[in-house]
Design a binder for this molecule. Structure first.
Ligand SMILES: Nc1ncnc2c1ncn2[C@@H]1O[C@H](COP(=O)(O)OP(=O)(O)OP(=O)(O)O)[C@@H](O)[C@H]1O
Ligand SMILES: Nc1ccn([C@@H]2O[C@H](COP(=O)(O)O)[C@@H](O)[C@H]2O)c(=O)n1
Length: 207
């Protein structure tokens, strides 16, 4: 079974994907980390994030085994990722490895922006997780506060709005629900309620 979880920044898709993967004992890939890693390497090398050829070359040589989540999670990397993710050549370079992951024997859970639309359009379960931008910003702000690294709430909200607009506005694989995705709005749901709703949707497809 392939479970495709998509949604905008800080919607809670990663949290849900991890929980579903644990529940069904399936491997999980957070595809945002791939784009974050490309952005990270480009910045480390002093390259322009707008340089489609240079960033695509980084994407082609990316070693998934070396993704260091802690280093890639920061705000700056989210912004860098969304810039390189708008290059069709970068997306093309990362396509095969995501498709191979999705189609491994036994199935997988992937979360990102284009899993249900591009990476695994045949996925048995597609969930598009969303929430009001102000709520997403509040959750992300809380998370950053806990890490001792929180800018003002307004900056977090502005980051989220900017990233959503870039991700939804690009020509290649824009952020949008697949026509057959279940839209799960978690604005008024805590983590447990959101997980229960996602589980219900997934089990409905399994039966
Ligand atoms: N339903 C919820 N209620 C309250 N907090 C939540 C909920 N879902 C997720 N969170 C919290 O919101 C924050 C963002 O969640 P998460 O990292 O899963 O989002 P994401 O969509 O994967 O983010 P990104 O796109 O930046 O990778 C985390 O701190 C998480 O614990
Ligand atoms: N399938 C995907 C996943 C991510 N992106 C881009 O990467 C940025 C960071 O993703 P997070 O999930 O870690 O927040 C995101 O803003 C997208 O630009 C993507 O394009 N496709």
């Amino acid at each position: 079974m392939i479970i495709a979880i998509d949604g905008p920044a800080a919607s809670g898709k990663g949290t849900l994907a991890k929980r579903l993967a644990e529940h069904f004992a399936l491997p999980h890939l957070d595809t945002g980390l791939l784009y974050r890693a490309v952005g990270r390497v480009a910045l480390d090398r002093g390259l322009e994030l707008d340089d489609a050829d240079a960033t695509a070359e980084i994407a082609e040589l990316l070693d998934v085994a070396e993704l260091d989540e802690a280093r890639l999670r920061g705000r700056e990397m989210g912004e860098a990722a969304s810039i390189v993710a708008a290059h069709p050549k970068v997306r093309k370079a990362l396509l095969d490895l995501q498709r191979r992951f999705a189609h491994q024997r036994g199935g997988a859970v992937l979360d990102g922006r284009d899993i249900g639309t591009v990476i695994a359009p045949g996925a048995e379960v597609k969930i598009f997780v969303t929430a009001a931008p102000e709520i997403r910003a509040r959750r992300r702000h809380l998370e950053l506060e806990k890490r001792g690294d929180a800018p003002p709430y307004e900056e977090v909200l502005a980051d989220i709005r900017k990233r959503d607009a870039r991700d939804a506005g690009r020509t290649d694989a824009p952020l949008k629900p697949a026509p057959d995705a279940h839209v799960l709005d978690t604005t008024a749901l805590d983590v447990e309620s959101a997980f229960a709703a996602a589980l219900l949707l997934t089990n409905r497809h399994k039966d």
